[in-house]
Design a protein around this ligand. Structure first.
Ligand SMILES: [Zn+2]
Length: 312
């Protein structure tokens, strides 16, 4: 049995994937991070969980067995190489035209969802990527896409903006533990998810401030309003897109980090089951390149949080 919780050293990814399974798979998931960090196994485990008869990736039911043998008719696993748009008249197998005309036009054969996996999404050729994007915009009802890449920046911003992104990191928790001082708590390690990139951010005044504000906001509606204005004021401090807070953080990235922190802080909340989907929706729409959208999304999230947290 492949458990998502056991994806080695990838606490953030397992939590994101497990939560997303509970909400039902989103139209597009992007698993990104260095080679050899378990992205591919995680993708298969995720699909197995979705299609397993018992929802546990039991490994013994018919759908599980078919997935493990790569014989499930509703799992379309592209080869880990360049993907072209395909010949307009006779598209070759595993081209995008082939996918659209010979597969996506039909309902799934056996399962509730059809999964399409691109193990090297960074090798989608430009034309192929554009054609795929059109397909994503139409959001085929029964199809779910998983893209894997070690270079998130190689995917077009439009593709990224339609995805829920799941980060994988290069370091295991024990490795991190041995590197980091004892002052870094185990909770911090979970948030870092095996990357030292965000350590500076994690131990910054900004994060401490954010964490304190989140804790207060979960207890009192006035503090929730305060947190909302504070988050929005961070955007005004740094107008326009692409401007940075610390070494490498844009406003959408900062909000993404906020979403993650909020997810961690609400995990034991009695209404977590209602809160989590709101955060996922928020995280999933954050990176759209529409002027002013982040402020709108913050406002919407906080309106929803208010109802969820404080209604009777
Ligand atoms: Zn099964």
């Amino acid at each position: 049995m492949t458990s998502l919780a056991n994806i080695k050293g990838q606490a953030v990814a397992s939590r994101l994937l497990e939560n997303s399974l509970q909400q039902g798979p989103p139209p597009l998931l992007i698993l990104h991070g260095p080679e050899g960090t378990g992205r591919f196994l995680a993708a298969l485990a995720y699909i197995q969980h979705s299609l397993c008869e018992t929802g546990t990736a039991c490994g013994v039911c018919v759908p599980c067995k078919k997935i493990l043998q790569n014989m499930h008719p509703d799992l379309i696993l592209f080869p880990a190489e360049r993907v072209s748009i395909g010949n307009p008249d006779h598209p070759e197998p595993f081209s995008i035209r082939w996918l659209i005309r010979k597969r996506l036009v039909y309902q799934p054969h056996e399962a509730r969802y059809r999964f399409v996996v691109f193990p090297r999404a960074d090798l989608l050729l430009t034309e192929a990527e554009s054609a795929l994007l059109k397909t994503l915009e139409d959001a085929p009802e029964h199809t779910r896409f998983l893209m894997l890449t070690h270079r998130l920046d190689q995917l077009s911003p439009t593709i990224r903006s339609r995805a829920v992104t799941v980060p994988f990191y290069g370091l295991s928790s024990p490795a991190m533990r041995s590197i980091l001082p004892d002052t870094v708590s185990n909770d911090d390690l979970t948030i870092l998810g095996g990357s030292l990139d965000q350590l500076e951010l994690l131990h910054s005044d900004l994060t401490n401030d954010m964490a304190t504000r989140i804790e207060a906001a979960l207890r009192h509606p006035v503090s929730l309003l305060d947190l909302e204005s504070w988050l929005i004021s961070l955007e005004k401090n740094s107008p326009g897109t692409g401007t940075t807070y610390s070494a490498s953080l844009s406003y959408p990235e900062l909000l993404d980090f906020f979403g993650l922190l909020l997810l961690m802080k609400t995990e034991s909340h009695k209404r977590f089951k209602q809160i989590a989907p709101l955060i996922f929706e928020f995280k999933g729409t954050l990176h759209r390149k529409v002027a002013g959208i982040q402020v709108f999304l913050v406002a919407r999230l906080f309106h929803q949080l208010h109802t969820t947290l404080f209604s009777r």
